[in-house]
Structure formats: structure tokens, C-alpha cells
Design a protein around this ligand. Structure first.
Ligand SMILES: Nc1ncnc2c1ncn2[C@@H]1O[C@H](COP(=O)(O)OP(=O)(O)OP(=O)(O)O)[C@@H](O)[C@H]1O
Ligand SMILES: [Mg+2]
Length: 575
């Protein structure tokens, strides 16, 4: 060690230990280059009176072109040095990419010019009253706690005016905070960091060295630096925000899925998918029927490292209990009468994902077997003894309330907890009505293409009806309603009367178009159809020809308007 052969010695920072051809240097954390930051903690002691010099930005010499600092011979070297440092800071600020980076550069530059022993930057968050970040430096002892006076920093932040306080100890007054006495602080400069009218924090400098007290020149310089730095800090904060926002949006864009929806609830689902897809954790997807649980399962698989391997879906509700076990685990020849050897879905999914749909319908005996596979990650075929590894990722879905099923004794509690390592709840469509229009457009495009009918859009009336319907069957019901309307409709726009009875009866458009308006339109339509039918004695084809619509369309109108094809109303006849 340190070129001396030794057997036993306590290590010290900077020791060089040679083992064969290898030389190690011991560097304790606080001495690693670039890690010289000190912790910062506000000193709560009361500070009643101090000898202050205050400087507002308007009075700052460096910020005012008309009052440049006097370069008298004695001071000229210092002014040149200060200006140089100021120039260096402004150049660095434009190149700083992060708030941390900028704060580090700022502290370095400030300690280069001002003879402070300690320097710190305290930044406020959204609430301007509270500091939510701090960084400090101690020139003499890197890593030493830096303790700015809470009274001073709050006063400067509140007033927006820089201050210099000298000869603190000389005051000898009991009003001087204990900690300032303890730390032998003689002078303090504290200046606000504010940009575009927003308070961002303060820069705080302190020294206890009698040979290098702060003067008004330092105060002038620090005020100018803070003015420049605040804009840089603001820009860095904005840049950091935009970067994280960009990353969030990129993650959303990069996600490969077939889901439509921009509502906050769906964005949350996309974010969850993005987070769970890369890992192997078991996911439980819950939500009402038709909310898109299967699409989520597919999206997780598609965005996972297992995407090249199969996604095998098993519908626990659709397979009879007797078959479910062999379907899942496979079976050996003779496992039951007539049984042939065959691989189950678990083996077929090797390396991929198993999607257990309607897990709430899994019979209790199978729940126990299934729990074992989940825990041990291996299984045997039905009637077999050979252990087969289950190299799959598990995703389960249900529209049942599993908690309630656990309480009711139809679902094992241990399996429930095992399944919902990560739970994704699909919001019902009525909780994200802002998605209805988007989804409707998507399905119109999808089915007009599939049906070979050029439907360009949805009429205002029909759209209002769609948006205000409750959709108990969720997206599936909306999809079916649009498909039906496209198949049965005959115009370029999907019309109100193309929609099915449930939607028309229970939909509506409060707040968008008044219900009175809808009723009036409905009555007018009834009247027109009545008159057309009356004129041709109830002949449907003739009436359709008179109205200029397809006979199918007339049939639908009659049904939706509650009329009979004889021209008689099922309820009251219109006036
Ligand atoms: N966000 C969406 N964007 C586009 N289509 C969707 C969306 N959500 C659901 N769908 C469509 O709605 C139908 C029902 O979706 P899915 O089968 O995933 O629902 P589910 O929640 O599994 O329903 P269930 O509980 O009845 O099995 C599918 O045709 C699906 O393509
Ligand atoms: Mg499903």
C-alpha cells in the first residue's frame, strides 16, 4: 500500500493499493470528482435585526447599460474579472441542458468571483412559498451541510430584492441567529431568482472569513448573475418538462395496439399497457362486457418480448368443465376412456402468453390446479407424470366482481391475489363519452369499407343520439349499432333513423340539441311518412318512390318512428 508492503492497515481516502500488476486507488464517495455537493437545510432560528444593504434589479449596475461600473485603476482588474465571469456564465447558461447542470455551473462561477465559503441555490416548486430543491457547496469542506438562514431566504423571495448583510458577528446582538454565530458567519448575500414575473428561488452566499468580506460590488455582481441565470433556469425547466412530455407521448405512439380512444381514462390504460408489457408479471383485466379487455390483452402481448411467440386464448366460460382441464394441460393416452396423447394450450403457448378469458367462470377444482401452475411454473398432462415447464406469461380477464366471488366462496382468495399482481380496469364507455364520437367514426369507416358502401360520416342528429346513449354493452354495442346502421342505411350519411330502437329510445342529446327539437323532428317525420302512405293507400313501394327513399329505408323509418306499415300509428297519430 502506497508503495510499502503491508499485511494489515486501516484504509484511508486516497490510499493506493497494488495487487500484482493492478493498482487500486481508494476514493471515498464525497471525494469522487463531480460529487462535491453539500446537503442544504434551512436554519429556522429567528433573525430579528441585521445590517442590510438591499439592491433591486433596477439599481443593478451590471443590468443597466447607462451606468456601467467605473473602471478606476484600483478596481479595473476586479471589474474585468467580474465581467469576464459574467460573460462566461451567460455563455454556459445557453448551453446547459438540465436544471442540475445549470445549478452546478452557476455555483462554480459564483464561487470563482465571490469569496463565499458556502453557496447554495434553493428553488421553489409550483407553490412559490415552499422550496422543493436545493443544492449547496462548501468551499472548504466538500459535502459539509450548508445552512442558509430561513428568515433571509424567505424575505428575499417575498420582496424580490437582493440583500447584503455584513458584520453579522460584530453586531454582538442576541437577535442574531444562534446558527449564524455557531457557523461564524460574518457576511451573507442573498439574491432572488425570478424570470418572466415568476419567483423561482434564491441564490444564497455566506462567509465567515474576516479577510474576505462581501462588499457592494459583490452584491451588484450576484444580482446581475441571478437575473441572467433565472431565465436559463426557466428555460431548462421548460426543456425538462417538454422532454418528459415528449417521452410520454412517444411511449404512447410506439405502443402497438388496435384501440381507439383519447380520453384521459384510455390514456391511463395505454400508459399501464406500456409499463406492464415488457415485464412478465401476471395481469388481471377487469371491466364490463364489451369494454375492450381482449384488445388490452392482445396489446400487452404485442408489445412484450414474447410477441414472436403465440398468444393462446382460453375462454373458461365457453369450454365444458370436463374438457377444460385436458384443453389446458393436455393429456396422455388412456387418461380417460378413448383419450389420445395430445398437447394442451399451455404447451402450445410455450414462450408466449396465455390469455385466460372469463377467469371468474373457472370451476373451483380447476382453480386449485391452476394456482399450482402459477406458483410452481410447471404442470403435468392429464394422466401423466412427466413435469413440463410452463414458460408463459399469464393474462386473465373477467367482467365479474372477483372480490365478491371470493366473499361468496366461488373464487379462491389465494388465486385472486396471485392473479392481480397488476390490475387494469377498463372504464365503461359511459365514463368516457368523449371517445364515443371517435369510436363511431372509426366503426363507420371500418364497416362502410367492409360492406362496400360509401358512407362519409354521421349526421349531427345521429351523433348527438350516440353520444348521449348510456351504452350498457359498451364498445361492442356501439360497434354493432354502427354496423347495423351501415348495412341497413342507404344514404351517404349515417342518419338518425338508421340507428336501432334501443339507442333511439334511450339516447338523447341533452345540452347539445334540445329534446324538444328532437321530438319536433320525429313528429315531422311521422307526418311526412303518414301523408305519403295515405296518398298511395298504404302501398310501401309507391310511398317510398314518392318520398325518394329506398323501400328498406321506409320500413326502418316506420319501425323506428313507431308507425305501422298500414299507415297506422302504434301510438297516437300525428296531428
Ligand atoms: N377502444 C377500442 N377501440 C376499438 N375497438 C374496440 C375498443 N374497445 C373494444 N373494441 C371492440 O369492441 C368489441 C368488444 O371488445 P372486447 O372483446 O375486447 O371486449 P371484452 O371486454 O373482452 O368483452 P367481454 O367481457 O364481453 O368479453 C371488439 O370487437 C373490439 O374490437
Ligand atoms: Mg372478452
Amino acid at each position: 500500500m502506497n508503495d510499502v508492503p503491508i499485511k494489515d492497515k486501516a484504509l484511508q481516502n486516497g490510499d493506493k493499493i497494488q495487487v500484482g500488476d493492478i493498482l487500486f486507488t481508494l476514493m471515498l464517495d464525497s471525494d469522487v470528482p463531480g460529487c462535491s455537493s453539500s446537503p442544504v437545510s434551512l436554519d429556522d432560528n429567528r433573525l430579528v435585526t441585521l445590517n442590510f444593504v438591499r439592491l433591486s434589479p433596477e439599481e443593478s449596475l451590471f443590468l443597466r447599460g447607462d451606468r456601467a461600473p467605473q473602471t478606476a485603476s484600483a478596481a479595473s482588474a476586479r471589474v474585468a474579472h467580474d465581467l469576464n465571469a459574467l460573460l462566461k456564465i451567460s455563455t454556459n447558461i445557453t448551453s446547459a441542458q438540465t436544471v442540475d447542470n445549470l445549478q452546478d455551473q452557476l455555483l462554480d462561477s459564483v464561487l470563482d468571483v465571490v469569496p463565499a465559503e458556502q453557496a447554495s441555490i434553493l428553488l421553489v416548486g409550483a407553490d412559490e412559498e415552499w422550496f422543493d430543491s436545493s443544492v449547496g457547496r462548501d468551499r472548504r469542506a466538500p459535502g459539509k451541510l450548508v445552512q442558509p438562514s430561513r428568515t433571509i431566504v424567505h424575505k428575499v423571495l417575498r420582496d424580490g430584492t437582493a440583500m447584503l448583510s455584513r458584520n453579522i458577528l460584530a453586531e454582538g446582538s442576541l437577535s442574531v441567529s444562534d446558527s449564524l454565530v455557531q457557523t461564524q458567519t460574518r457576511s451573507v448575500i442573498c439574491a432572488p431568482l425570478q424570470a418572466l414575473g415568476r419567483k423561482m428561488g434564491v441564490l444564497y452566499l455566506a462567509t465567515g472569513n474576516p479577510d474576505s468580506d462581501f462588499d457592494e460590488g459583490h452584491l451588484q455582481w450576484v444580482t446581475a448573475v441571478c437575473s441572467i441565470a433565472a431565465v436559463g433556469l426557466q428555460n431548462c425547466r421548460q426543456l425538462e418538462f417538454l422532454r418528459s412530455e415528449n417521452q410520454r407521448l412517444q411511449e404512447e405512439v410506439n405502443l402497438n395496439h388496435n384501440m381507439v380512444g383519447e380520453s384521459p381514462a384510455m390514456r391511463h390504460v395505454y400508459q399501464l399497457i406500456g409499463k406492464v408489457a415488457p415485464v412478465d408479471s401476471t395481469v388481471l383485466i377487469t371491466g364490463e362486457s364489451g369494454t375492450g379487455k381482449e384488445l388490452v390483452a392482445r396489446a400487452i402481448h404485442q408489445n412484450s418480448p414474447r410477441r414472436a411467440n403465440p398468444l393462446v386464448a382460453i375462454n373458461c366460460a365457453a369450454i365444458p368443465e370436463a374438457l377444460l382441464e385436458s384443453e389446458l394441460f393436455g393429456c396422455e393416452k388412456g387418461a380417460y376412456t378413448g383419450a389420445q396423447q395430445r398437447r394442451g394450450k399451455l404447451e402450445a403457448a410455450a414462450g408466449g402468453t396465455v390469455f385466460l378469458d372469463e377467469i371468474g367462470d373457472l370451476p373451483l377444482p380447476l382453480q386449485a390446479k391452476f394456482l399450482r401452475v402459477l406458483q410452481e411454473r410447471q404442470f403435468e398432462r392429464l394422466g401423466g407424470h412427466r413435469t413440463i415447464p410452463a414458460n408463459v406469461r399469464w393474462i386473465a380477464a373477467t367482467n365479474r366482481d372477483l372480490k365478491q366471488a371470493v366473499q361468496g366462496g366461488t373464487f379462491r382468495e389465494d388465486l385472486y391475489f396471485r392473479l392481480q399482481v397488476i390490475a387494469i380496469r377498463m372504464p365503461p364507455l359511459r365514463e368516457r363519452s368523449e371517445d364515443i364520437s371517435l369510436l363511431a367514426n372509426y366503426f363507420v369507416a371500418k364497416y362502410s369499407k367492409a360492406c362496400g358502401r360509401a358512407v362519409k360520416g354521421i349526421s349531427l342528429e345521429a351523433r348527438a343520439q350516440l353520444v348521449h346513449y348510456e351504452w350498457p354493452g359498451n364498445v361492442r354495442e356501439l360497434e354493432n349499432a354502427i354496423e347495423r346502421a351501415i348495412v341497413l342505411g342507404s344514404t351517404e350519411l349515417l342518419l338518425w333513423e338508421d340507428l336501432n330502437k334501443e339507442v333511439l329510445e334511450r339516447g338523447g342529446s341533452p345540452g347539445v340539441v334540445s329534446p324538444k327539437y328532437h321530438e319536433a323532428v320525429r313528429q315531422a317525420k311521422r307526418k311526412i311518412v303518414h301523408e305519403a302512405l295515405d296518398r298511395v293507400s298504404g302501398n310501401m313501394s309507391e310511398a317510398a318512390r314518392h318520398l325518394g327513399i329506398h323501400p328498406n329505408n321506409l320500413h326502418r323509418l316506420i319501425r323506428n318512428l313507431g308507425l305501422r306499415s298500414t299507415g297506422q300509428s302504434t301510438d297516437d297519430r300525428p296531428a
